[in-house]
Design a protein around this ligand. Structure first.
Ligand SMILES: C[S@@+](CC[C@H](N)C(=O)[O-])C[C@H]1O[C@@H](n2cnc3c(N)ncnc32)[C@H](O)[C@@H]1O
Length: 245
């Protein structure tokens, strides 16, 4: 049976394609990963998504990682706890005072993408990245938090050009933000690396799906079934999936 479920412009693969590659790449070891019990709050990733993210990190041996959208820091923690001690994760979210400029709506947060984004932004501004705050010093030492609107991010001025093995796009979900974050992800990526997006095929953040469907023309962007993760492999990783499909 084929491991490709849908062969559209963005093809959908089964999660086991990546798990099979993990077996092939690490034939003599049990590959485990550390993960917190998922938060009951909205905005987090599922266990399956966490395992996909860690699989991509391990398959590409990513050591310099960038995350758009820190929120509680659950994924920052996941990345920090599943990378070598010398790995570094830069995670960016809005300045603390930004939420005062946004409407905080509690109704429709599970139905409307903009209300959901306003809720996430407000929650981050009120509570900060609690998973990072509560982490051990060894984990905190691997993380740099940046508080800046990603629309204002100057990749050159920050010294981020071509610095990262892994860029996770999971900040604002409006079309213009995903587009800008994606453009910057490519600027920040090393020649060999992976860009990962969250919220592809989300039932509420449809602008992420619209953007990625358009953007995928002429590219190989892959969606993982039963998750909202899509990714694009670059350089020497471009054909990583070939043997598993
Ligand atoms: C879905 S949450 C991130 C979840 C996190 N990556 C995780 O997996 O746990 C999205 C975050 O993006 C932030 N955000 C929204 N618009 C942004 C922007 N323009 N610049 C930076 N961060 C933004 C929000 O404040 C929110 O905390």
């Amino acid at each position: 049976m084929s491991n490709v479920i849908e062969q559209q412009r963005i093809c959908t693969i089964r999660p086991k394609v990546l798990f099979k590659l993990i077996e092939t790449h690490f034939p003599h070891q049990n590959v485990s990963f550390k993960v917190n019990v998922p938060s009951p709050d909205i905005g987090g990733m599922t266990l399956l998504e966490s395992s996909i993210l860690v699989s991509l990190v391990k398959l590409t041996d990513a050591q310099n990682l960038f995350e758009f959208g820190t929120f509680m820091g659950a994924t920052t923690l996941l990345l920090a706890e599943n990378t070598p001690p010398n790995a570094h994760i830069v995670t960016l979210d809005l300045p603390q005072d930004y939420a005062s400029h946004t409407a905080h709506q509690t109704q429709d947060v599970l139905k409307d993408g903009h209300a959901n984004d306003a809720f996430l932004t407000h929650t981050f501004a009120s509570h900060g990245a609690r998973c990072i705050q509560r982490a051990d010093a060894s984990v905190q030492g691997k993380v740099t938090q940046v508080l800046e609107n990603s629309l204002d991010l100057d990749v050159n001025a920050r010294g981020y050009k071509g610095q990262f093995d892994f860029v996770f796009v999971d900040g604002g979900h409006a079309y213009n933000i995903v587009k800008r974050d994606t453009e910057n992800a490519y600027r920040m990526l090393k020649p060999d690396g992976v860009v990962v997006w969250h919220d592809y095929a989300s039932t509420i953040h449809d602008e992420v799906t619209t953007f990625l469907d358009e953007h995928s023309e002429g590219r190989t962007i892959v969606h993982v079934a039963n998750t909202m993760i899509a990714f694009e492999l670059h350089g020497r990783f471009k054909h990583l999936l070939d043997s598993a499909l």
